[in-house]
Ligand binder design. Structure first.
Ligand code: ATP
Ligand code: MG
Length: 436
């Protein structure tokens, strides 16, 4: 490894210490006889001052530098009021490790005015900007925290296949792929596999994986390849057990983000409010009543909340101190949800979590009875024969179970307060974008 110290380790207390730093030339100012370089590495920024009078040859070398060149600089730390961190580096050796072409496709040091398309085309330059980089440091913190909660609560992490013979979420949104001599599909959700694993005895599991949706969207909250945090648990009494898990894990995750990603939130100018209340659990009918009576909003589709409906509900509950709510009992259900069973006190066991006015996850109790499951499929026009690999697992004993799938990209978008979900993804995919 190239020997170097990260900039954040160099403070005013490092005064007089010889050290080497390496990274990008973030800023460059030549004021005649003096060149100020701000060097940027993964951890921060540090000012380096080249003085012509002190070392003419070294100064000459510095005049050749360009924005975003990668350099290694050896020198001595000097405490000074002049530098914004109270310390700078007095250089004695400069090595160019890799040069950057000029002009750059966008500004890295200043707020870029490049549009999102250009930024994504040149993502490897775009994410150098500290504000953009902060999104991904925050994302990493968030995922680590969420994983930790589940591990601490005795959940096991699993991996299910991305290639499958049938989709869990319906036909239209599947990406077909050539699989040897037949057709296969990219996974839309690990749903069926999570359930098969519950049948196999994994009764507290989670998976962090990718799901693929061939949706033709033009929204700021959809992408074609999504990161999902999926959870499934067995031996539940109802979907409320699943909501309890989601509520606790989300609260913990957000608390950890507030603590562990404080500097990133600061850079992004976000004040993250962690819901401390019990998340309200309102019925789908109550949601519709609020929309009708408070906002005169009557969506055409009576089986789902539309984008505006979600936003208005978000506003309504935010004003009452609840950034997150569950809407329970959607009439529009996929075959794997437990349907209304005669004699069953609870009609629908499906829920969505809305966080800050946007759907963040869908979940519920699943059907574990093979006959009922098959009947629901038939009613919904799904051919059970196509799902034999899944249905077979229900012949050998499956405990009552439920779970949910949470969109990680959407959560990061909400937490970092980003206009577009693509800003929360390093290399997003949409109908027009397959590179870089
Ligand atoms: P929506 O109605 O918002 O399109 P959905 O109900 O089709 O979402 P689900 O199948 O319930 O989505 O997927 C679970 C979660 O995965 C969603 O709540 C969301 O957070 C995320 N998600 C689903 N589809 C997308 C997508 N195309 N882009 C980004 N996130 C998605
Ligand atoms: Mg959903």
């Amino acid at each position: 490894m190239i020997e170097r110290t990260y900039t954040d380790e160099i403070t005013s207390e490092s005064d007089g210490i010889a050290t080497t730093i390496a990274g990008h030339v973030h800023e460059l100012r030549d004021i005649g006889g003096l060149i100020f370089v701000i060097l940027r590495d993964r951890k921060g920024l540090l000012q380096v001052v080249f003085k012509e009078d002190d070392d003419p040859a070294l100064f000459e070398q510095a005049t050749e530098l360009n924005y975003e060149d990668i350099v290694k600089i050896r020198g001595t730390a000097a405490a000074t009021e002049q530098a914004h961190r109270g310390v700078e580096l007095v250089p004695d050796k400069l090595t160019l490790l890799s040069g950057a072409h000029t002009p750059l496709p966008m500004d890295v040091a200043k707020d870029t005015d490049a549009n999102l398309g250009t930024r994504l085309d040149k993502r490897y330059v775009d994410v150098r900007a500290p504000e953009t980089r902060a999104v991904f440091a925050l994302r990493s913190t968030l995922l680590t925290a969420m994983r930790e909660w589940f591990v601490a609560k005795d959940f096991e992490e699993v991996d299910t296949p991305a290639l499958s013979a049938a989709g869990a979420e319906g036909g239209a949104d599947l990406f077909p792929v050539v699989y040897y001599d037949r057709e296969a599909f990219l996974s839309q959700s690990p749903q069926l596999y999570k359930q098969m694993l519950v049948a196999a005895g994994f009764d507290r599991l989670f998976e962090v994986g990718h799901a693929f949706r061939a949706e033709d969207f033009a929204t700021s909250r959809h992408v074609s390849e999504i990161s999902m945090f999926d959870v499934e648990l067995g031996y539940i009494e109802s979907h409320h057990d699943v909501m309890d898990v989601q509520e606790e894990s989300l609260r913990y995750t957000l608390e950890r983000v507030v603590d562990d990603a404080a500097s990133e939130l600061d850079l992004l100018d976000v004040e993250l409010i962690v819901p401390t209340d019990d998340f309200p659990r309102i019925s789908f009918e109550e949601a519709q009543t609020i929309l009708r009576e408070e906002y005169d909003h009557r969506p055409d589709d009576q089986t789902d909340l539309d984008t505006r409906g979600e936003k208005l509900l978000g506003k309504y509950f935010a004003e009452r101190g609840h950034p997150a709510i569950f809407v329970v009992g959607y009439p529009d259900e996929k075959f794997y949800y437990r349907q209304d069973v005669p004699g069953d006190a609870i009609a629908s066991r499906k829920f969505d979590l809305l966080y800050r006015g946007q759907e963040l996850s869908s979940g519920g109790q699943r059907e574990h009875d093979l006959d009922r499951l098959t009947k629901t499929m038939e009613q919904q026009g799904v051919d059970p024969a196509d799902f034999e690999f899944y249905l077979d697992a229900f012949r050998y004993g499956v405990p009552p179970h439920g779970g949910y799938g949470l969109g990680i990209d959407r959560l990061v978008q909400q937490v970092a307060d980003l206009d577009n979900i693509k800003e929360a993804i390093l290399f997003p995919r949409d109908p027009d974008r397959l590179t870089p």
